[in-house]
Design a protein around this ligand. Structure first.
Ligand SMILES: [Zn+2]
Ligand SMILES: [Zn+2]
Length: 171
């Protein structure tokens, strides 16, 4: 779905509301932590104020992940707000320092690629079922969120593990 610049010009500052849905399959293909997701419901509005065009709103979906620590599948409701500013190339030249402004190409704003990027940027690279997920025991493999085991797992900072070996060998 594209927004025509001329439509925004004609509205003289009055917001143009829009609704659309992002295809789930394509997003799933582009991020390997996404195991599944519902189509992403987008609602927002576009406005022209002065020389600038604003597009903002919110995206919603339920995303299925596998926890990176305990390997349990879980579903998370995700809401991603978005806010983008555009300007025609001519007016950008006058204000080069503001690098958050996206130059307009052609006479339309292409929403879908932009919203796909914003959505994917919000997907965690290391999804956790709970912020304090205890993960699996490295010794016996039980899920330590569900069950305590008697294993003594010394937590060694991986950067110091080599040093620990050094001291062990020295004995
Ligand atoms: Zn977990
Ligand atoms: Zn254990």
């Amino acid at each position: 779905m594209n927004i025509k610049i001329v439509d925004l010009d004609h509205r003289k500052g009055e917001p143009l509301p829009f609704r659309l849905t992002l295809d789930a399959d394509e997003l799933k293909r582009r991020h390997h932590e996404i195991r599944n997701l519902t189509p992403v419901e987008v609602s927002g509005e576009a406005t022209k104020l002065g020389d600038l065009y604003y597009v903002n709103g919110n995206m919603k979906a339920d995303v299925d992940y596998v926890c990176a620590r305990c390997l349990r599948p879980f579903r998370q409701h995700t809401e991603v707000p978005f806010s983008e500013t555009f300007a025609s190339e001519e007016s950008l030249l006058a204000d080069e320092e503001d690098s958050d402004i996206i130059p307009l190409e052609g006479d339309e704003i292409e929403l879908i690629p932009l919203l796909q990027e914003d959505f994917l940027l919000d997907i965690p690279a290391f999804p956790l079922c709970e912020d304090d997920c205890k993960g699996l025991c490295p010794t016996c493999g039980v899920n330590r969120n569900e069950q305590a085991c008697g294993c003594k797992n010394e937590r060694i900072d991986p950067r110091l593990a080599g040093l620990a070996d050094f001291f062990k060998d020295g004995k």
